[in-house]
Design a protein around this ligand. Structure first.
Ligand code: DGL
Length: 277
């Protein structure tokens, strides 16, 4: 149900350690074109993947406070690493707010895999987290899938630099993806929101290396649908009433986030530099 109350007109706050969450934001924009969006890129503090869980949790809470102070009616943690570290804490702090996290798509991967061998590409922070361990146990108990885990140190940094197809990025991808293909993976989970931006480079490696069909799993669309469900349940879906805005905040340089909006979303949005307490 669409509500016309002033809170339904409030924006949805989305954040990530950097530009990776834009891979989720593009699904939200296409499914929910009437929603005003705030996007916080913590690029000045990235990467999250090699930082202690407690540090990422505190940082995530500071960003959530910033977004709520800027009027957010709902939060999307568009980062697997921050979801593992902070989603429980955020739900404790904002018990009445719709909050959606991202987690690696192990369940859909187990469902599409034909041989049960699923490679998981993610940050070390995600793969070492308790939340991920529980998810893997749960999916393993209800399927025969075998998960081959690969922490991709440095990959999110390359994508932060805008190096989607550079030699350094391709050789890093070769190093991470080829051994999973050699072990027989027929499905690869993109378990970090930065990775959909190198999907075509991964597909090239699959073509060169495996010569067989390999499914790539990204959960951005499922996150957008979950956000829609939660907003609808809280009567917080914004009515189609004039154009919806996108405002970016970054802890690094505005020019870099502006370039990311342009290159990764094809959109020139308003961007401000923001300092967290
Ligand atoms: N985009 C992030 C994720 O989904 C984290 C990348 C990083 O900062 O290490 O896990």
């Amino acid at each position: 149900m669409i509500s016309s109350s002033s809170s339904a007109d409030a924006p949805v706050g989305i954040f990530d350690s950097g530009v990776g969450g834009l891979s989720v934001l593009r699904h939200i924009r296409s499914l929910l074109p009437n929603e005003h969006l705030l996007y916080f890129a913590d690029s000045g503090f990235a990467p999250y993947g090699d930082k202690p869980e407690q540090v990422v949790a505190e940082r995530s809470l500071a960003i959530a406070r910033f977004l709520v102070a800027h009027g957010a009616k709902a939060l999307v943690v568009a980062c697997n690493t921050a979801t593992v570290a902070a989603i429980r804490l955020l739900r404790e702090h904002y018990p009445d707010m719709p909050i959606v996290g991202v987690e690696p798509g192990l369940k859909p991967a187990a469902a599409v895999s034909r041989n049960g061998k699923v490679g998981v590409l993610a940050t070390d922070g995600t793969l070492c987290g308790e939340k991920f361990r529980l998810l893997m146990e749960q999916v393993s108990a209800s399927s025969s899938a075998e998960f081959l885990l690969r922490g991709c140190t440095g990959l999110a940094d390359q994508i932060e630099l805008g190096e989607l197809g550079s030699e350094a990025t391709i050789s890093l991808l070769e190093r991470y993806v080829a051994p999973l293909l050699d072990q027989g993976a027929d499905t690869l989970v993109l378990g970090c929101t930065h990775y959909p931006f190198v999907q075509s480079a991964i597909e090239d490696i699959v073509r060169r290396h495996a010569g067989r069909e390999v499914a790539l799993i990204d959960t951005g669309d499922a996150v957008a649908r979950q956000l829609e469900r939660l907003l609808a349940a809280a009567s917080l879906l914004r009515a189609p009433d004039g154009a919806a805005s996108l405002t970016g905040y970054t802890s690094a340089s505005a020019a870099t986030l502006r370039a990311a909006f342009d290159n990764l979303l094809g959109y020139a949005g308003a961007v401000e530099e923001a300092e967290l307490p």
